[in-house]
Ligand binder design. Structure first.
Ligand code: SOE
Length: 410
């Protein structure tokens, strides 16, 4: 229970998968953590009045609107939470920052580097006036992933030599799966690369404290034409067939017409990090049997560590400083009160799940807003991820030629 009366009135735009995950977290966070402010789920926005009314009721919001411009300018809103497809992140976020609202924006920050630069610049200006902004790379807040960073920062791995990251899904393996908005470049920016590749770029840079400086990449679109979803513009359905984030149409079955897939189905690249490590990345929606498999392995001069989202309460740690006879990968159960974020949850051994990463995200954001601290990942951090995505795309277009990541301060 929070011991404060200070309220942060949240307005959220979008109510599909991420909107539901964020709602769960806003609902829970003050019941679990004692924080300097209490989030109030004041207003939710979507374009379709009937659907957003239902979402408000189902997800626990006080009121709803169909006009995001009203939401970002209302005097009784303090925080704007952007959970829409990428094509509206920049417009909503820039308007919210201009209105003096704190902003939490889902990943990837934007669809283009130009948009991300504008958002990072606006966030820097707003920061001087006490306005905070953060990008929603939630996997940083899985306790085992946070602990992985601590092990690296404490020097337990020594000099980092290798980073090996994969994020694999299979939800579009069927060529008859419809042409949903995530498969449209103008709505999503890119495909597997920006949707799930962005997560492993952010996570590995966060864990190692090293930034990617250059890449050599290949991308592929295995199925180039797909049926349009019936009863919609063809751009509306979400990954799980739920309502689109902005209520732009139905997500039902599909009809006879087809359309062109304009994003990558898979992206694979090698990279150099500024601390000297060599890294490999694979993001795919065609990894048959892999539903949401994110794995990161780091090898250093003194040890190795492995995080696997399908076993998110654990870390595998190899400590090369131990006597040879005792060496081997050790499974650490990350459920002790002393582990990151865990003191507020259950007794040791009582595991947590995917949704907790969002609760931890809201915890850190509320604390930053209430205390005036800088939340991370900042929009500047998210711009850097966007620059890596851009370098990967350019490299793939140039037949995998080595491509430097543009500096953020260009
Ligand atoms: C869909 O591919 C998706 O929901 C991503 O958009 C999320 O960021 C990821 O956490 C799970 O998969």
């Amino acid at each position: 229970m929070s011991t404060t009366d200070r309220q942060l009135r949240v307005g959220m735009v979008g109510y599909a998968f991420m909107g539901a995950a964020h709602s769960q977290a806003w609902r829970t966070v003050n019941r679990v953590y004692d924080l300097p402010a209490r989030a109030r789920m004041a207003l939710i926005c979507g374009r379709d009045a009937g659907k957003v009314a239902d979402a408000a009721d189902r997800l626990g919001w006080d009121a709803y609107t169909t006009d995001w411009r009203e939401l970002v300018t209302r005097d009784d809103i303090d925080v704007v939470d952007v959970c829409t497809p990428g094509d509206s992140h920049a417009e909503i976020t820039l308007a919210a920052l201009a209105a003096g609202k704190h902003v939490l924006c889902e990943k990837p920050l934007a669809n283009t580097v130009a948009e991300a630069r504008a958002m990072a610049a606006a966030a820097a200006t707003a920061e001087a006036a006490g306005v905070r902004s953060m990008c929603g790379f939630n996997y940083r807040r899985v306790p085992a992933a946070t602990m992985m960073r601590q092990l690296v920062a404490d020097g337990r791995l020594g000099v980092i030599r290798h980073v090996r990251a994969t994020y694999l899904q299979d939800w579009i393996v069927d060529p008859q799966f419809p042409l949903v908005w995530r498969l449209q470049k103008d709505r999503a920016g890119s495909g597997a690369l920006g949707d799930i590749g962005a997560h492993i770029i952010d996570l590995t840079q966060y864990v190692t404290g090293q930034l990617i400086t250059g890449v050599s990449a290949v991308t592929e679109t295995f199925v180039k034409e797909r049926p349009l979803p019936a009863g919609s513009s063809g751009l509306a359905a979400t990954v799980d067939g739920a309502e689109p984030a902005d209520g732009t149409g139905s997500a039902g079955g599909h009809g006879p017409a087809t359309g062109t897939v304009t994003v990558d189905d898979a992206a694979v690249f090698v990279a150099r990090l500024d601390g000297g490590a060599l890294a490999t990345y694979e993001a795919s929606r065609f990894a048959t049997g892999r539903k949401n498999a994110l794995r990161v392995e780091i090898n250093g001069s003194l040890g190795s560590v492995v995080f696997d989202l399908e076993r998110l309460n654990e870390l595998e740690f190899y400590d090369a400083t131990r006597p040879a006879a005792e060496q081997g990968f050790t499974r650490i159960l990350v459920t002790e009160g002393g582990h990151p974020y865990m003191s507020a949850w259950w007794p040791p051994g009582h595991i947590i799940g995917y949704e907790h990463s969002f609760t931890h995200q809201m915890r850190d954001f509320i604390e930053a807003v209430a205390t005036g601290a800088d939340p991370a990942p900042s929009f500047a951090d998210a711009l850097q991820v966007q620059l890596v995505l851009d370098a990967v795309t350019r490299s793939a277009e140039l037949g995998s030629s080595w491509t430097e990541v543009e500096p953020a301060l260009a």
